[in-house]
Design a protein around this ligand. Structure first.
Ligand SMILES: NC(=O)c1ccc[n+]([C@@H]2O[C@H](COP(=O)([O-])OP(=O)(O)OC[C@H]3O[C@@H](n4cnc5c(N)ncnc54)[C@H](O)[C@@H]3O)[C@@H](O)[C@H]2O)c1
Length: 318
């Protein structure tokens, strides 16, 4: 029987990052006994955890690839459950492909071995829609084959397979939540590792022209970060070991249209710069939430509503 979030002692790897910090906030609201974060600050920011730390969350600025450090935190805080979000941004895999790949694998290996030895009970791992690569069929469901096109995605896919094999061999209580593209407050906006939404918003706010890689027809299924986190908190109670569930907004938008929407919201009427298409960029991501909706009461903000909250946050915080 899985211990519920309320009353549990929880570790979030990568918890000073974008999604991780929102998850930390939600875990505190859900009544976690203690929330501990390990983040090597590769992209994490202490400021993302300001509110959480004022409510008792504890941050260790350490590397989850360091087994001794990870193991000491798990033991000292008597951790029940780990949410694994530590990763290095997709764009970094164009800069250091091996490190981007290996971080996913080493952190997963450390966690699975600690769990196998009884150091903690439950592991909720964050995969990524990137493991599917460009769609073979649409909308993509959990049966879509792995077709990673970057080493980031390759490492994420490898970590998923590790989890499934450890569960199969050692009956661990571990499962996979697989979000599609997220956006929202606190997402890194600084080049060179920023994603398209924060990059576009920050460029326009700073007076620079936004830019499109390729012709802008490549599409993504964007979900607002707080909707992903709400879904995860609900899924935690119902997912079975080894299960994987996609979490998306079921709303595909072309990057060109997205940039036009952001420009319009910010009253920008200037030029949009054209850049070379990035090799290995996925063309199309469009998901179905059928499984997720059969398990929980999923509520999804529209892209317009989510963008308004997101743009407002960047206007107040940049
Ligand atoms: N953002 C998205 O659109 C998206 C979509 C699907 C899945 N995901 C997954 O969600 C999770 C969180 O992504 P995010 O967008 O918040 O990214 P993020 O980069 O904001 O957060 C990842 C965090 O991991 C930390 N980190 C990196 N290497 C580490 C290590 N060795 N030890 C400890 N910490 C380490 C980083 O400093 C960062 O704070 C990831 O697993 C990612 O694959 C994200």
């Amino acid at each position: 029987m899985r211990k519920s979030i309320s009353g549990s002692r929880i570790l979030v790897t990568g918890g000073a990052g974008f999604i991780g910090s929102h998850l930390v906030d939600a875990l505190l609201v859900a009544g976690a006994d203690e929330v501990v974060i390990i983040d090597n600050m590769f992209l994490g920011k202490r400021s993302n955890l300001r509110s959480a730390m004022s409510k008792g969350a504890v941050l260790y600025e350490q590397d989850a690839e360091d087994l001794d450090a990870l193991s000491a935190i798990v033991e000292n805080h008597k951790i029940d459950t780990v949410f694994n979000l530590a990763t290095k941004a997709l764009i970094y895999s164009f800069i250091d492909p091996l490190d981007a790949y290996m971080t996913n694998v080493i952190v997963m290996g450390n966690l699975l071995e600690l769990q196998r030895k009884g150091a903690f009970s439950t592991l909720c791992h964050f995969s990524s829609s990137e493991v599917y690569g460009t769609a073979f069929y649409e909308p993509m469901d959990e049966q879509h084959p792995y077709n990673a096109t970057t080493t980031y995605a390759g490492g994420k896919a490898a970590a998923d397979i590790m989890l499934k094999t450890w569960v199969n061999m050692f009956s661990l209580d571990a499962f996979i939540v697989r979000p599609f593209n997220n956006y929202g407050p606190r997402q890194n906006w600084e080049p060179p590792l920023a994603g398209v939404i924060p990059l576009t918003v920050s460029r326009i706010i700073k007076g620079d022209a936004p830019q499109i890689h390729g012709n802008g027809s490549q599409s993504r299924d964007f979900i607002y970060v707080k909707d992903t986190v709400d879904a995860t908190i609900q899924l935690f109670d119902v997912m079975v070991p080894g299960q994987e569930v996609n979490v998306s907004a079921e709303g595909m938008i072309a990057i060109g249209d997205l940039i036009a929407k952001i420009a319009e919201s910010l009253g920008y009427t200037g030029e949009i710069l054209r850049r070379e298409r990035r090799v290995a960029d996925v063309d199309c991501h469009n998901a179905t939430n059928e499984l997720c909706k059969s398990l929980i009461d999923l509520s999804i903000r529209s892209i317009d509503e989510g963008l308004e909250e997101t743009i407002g946050w960047y206007q107040r915080n940049l």
